[in-house]
Design a protein around this ligand. Structure first.
Ligand code: LLP
Length: 441
């Protein structure tokens, strides 16, 4: 499957995703609505799994970074595709376990995992925890000892490679809230510390160099640095890591400033990494580590779109035209947070030419609540259905009830069939946790 097949314009001039007419979806489920194409998600998961199978003898596992989009259906899909998952909170872990995800294939991250999160993880026999502080090492060691088990752990390290979209830099940066730096020796010290702990089993190292990265060389360089570090550690302590987790970060297309990668391009990233691991292993005389990677955005980003209904249109002659939608920063805070650029179209008039540039505004009581600035569109009218593309990753997961707006529901489409995977919220949900103390009554 080529991923571009997920979106097309049908003979009614409507946008289709995964064989489903978006105008019909909007009619049936209402707007705002998150829509995910199951085939795309599965297709991308298979890219990673098959490449590990074919190029690395299956000696590894792709983990879906569930922070990108966490809900029970996603853990079911990941499980059925033979992936593991990475979770970063008790809430993500709970969702995975509730969906019946095998705990041994769950990796837990976080720079400040809470005692109750770690307790919950060990109570559920979590596979591996990625250690990010001395305090955490002490807590896990104690929790494991109390249970008479040894807990598999990795150490999160900063190899000194930072990547941003099309560029990467080699730094000795130690200023990060995550991980232990190689350059200042703390990565080596925590290694010795964890090796001294009776109830921890150190399996290897994890690094994550950034997100929305297109530069293949960034990943190769990160592998290079981590493998050098592993060789140094082996020499210094005798400890030979048998797991290497290279994190996530593969970029996706949001608008025409980004490349449109094919599934095979993502396989190419992984192949380049694997080639570097093999090269470095033989150079340093290390055994080939079990390989883990944690793609999130590249699995769900382009699989998802958001549908809205156009409401007010405000033209300020000579200045700007605002097209307001029934969603906003509560379902997609990424423009407000990062000035992220999106591709926007009218789903019910998808074949029409763009005739003007408009700014798409949300409905929150805040001027910065925008979704896209100066984007081309046909002349939008109230009632049109708007589609914002590539909203599958970090949109639902960062949604909020700001202004007490309702987080939209999500549907999963596959060959024209659409199933709700996240129910619509209700106003009752909003007040469910509110308490009015006696003295205010
Ligand atoms: N592994 C670790 C340890 C991570 O911190 C992340 C992302 C991933 C994997 C997945 O990276 P991906 O393949 O999705 O790039 N909210 C931001 C993105 C934050 C990403 C944080 N970590 C956004 O909306 O762009």
């Amino acid at each position: 499957m080529n991923e571009r097949e997920t979106l097309k314009i049908n003979d009614k001039g409507h946008l289709e995703i995964g064989g489903a007419d978006t105008v019909e979806l909007a009619g049936k489920f209402g707007t705002p609505l998150y829509v995910f194409d199951e085939k795309y998600i599965r297709g991308m998961m298979r890219v990673y799994k098959h490449t590990i199978d074919s190029d690395y003898d299956g000696n590894g596992m792709a983990l879906y970074a569930s922070k990108a989009f966490s809900c029970m259906a996603m853990y079911k899909i990941a499980q059925s595709e033979g992936l593991g998952v990475d979770v970063v909170s008790g809430g993500e872990l709970y969702t995975a376990i509730k969906a019946g995800f095998p705990a041994k294939n769950i990796f837990m991250h976080g720079n400040n995992k809470l005692l109750n999160e770690l307790t919950y993880a060990l109570d559920n026999n979590i596979g591996t925890i990625v250690v990010d502080s001395y305090r955490e090492a002490d807590i896990i060691d104690r929790l494991a000892a109390d249970r008479g088990i040894t807990q598999n752990v990795l150490i999160r390290i900063n190899p000194g490679v930072e990547a941003h979209t099309h560029a990467f830099i080699q730094t000795a940066r130690t200023d990060s809230k995550f991980g232990f730096s190689v350059s200042d020796g703390t990565a080596e010290s925590i290694t010795a510390y964890i090796l001294s702990k009776k109830s921890l089993k150190l399996r290897g190292y994890h690094c994550h160099i950034g997100s929305q990265i297109f530069e293949k060389q960034s990943f190769v360089l990160a592998v290079d640095k981590v493998m050098d570090f592993m060789a140094n550690i082996k020499q210094a302590t005798g400890f030979e890591a048998d797991m290497l987790n290279i994190g996530g970060g593969f970029g996706v297309w949001y608008n025409d400033e980004d490349p449109k990668l094919k599934f095979s391009d993502y396989a190419g990233y992984l192949k380049a990494l694997i080639a570097e691991i093999k090269k470095k292993s033989s150079l340093h005389g290390l055994k080939l580590p079990y390989l883990l990677l944690e793609p999130g955005r590249s699995i769900v980003g382009e699989a998802g779109i958001t549908l809205y209904t156009v409401g007010a249109v405000k033209d300020i002659p000579g200045i700007r035209k605002y097209v307001a939608i029934d969603g906003g920063m509560f379902d997609n805070p990424r423009y407000a947070l990062y000035q992220s650029k999106y591709t926007v179209l009218l789903a019910n008039r998808a074949a029409e030419k763009c005739t003007e540039r408009v700014t798409v505004a949300g409905k929150c009581c805040e001027s910065g609540d925008l979704i896209a600035v100066d984007v081309p569109l046909p002349e939008a009218e109230s009632g049109d259905i708007m589609a914002v593309l590539t909203t599958g990753a970090y949109n639902y997961s960062m949604a909020s009830n700001y202004n007490r707006n309702l987080v939209p529901p999500a549907v999963l489409v596959n060959d024209g069939r659409a199933d709700l995977i996240i129910k619509p919220q209700t106003y009752e949900d909003l007040v469910r946790s509110d308490i009015v103390p006696e003295r205010l009554k």
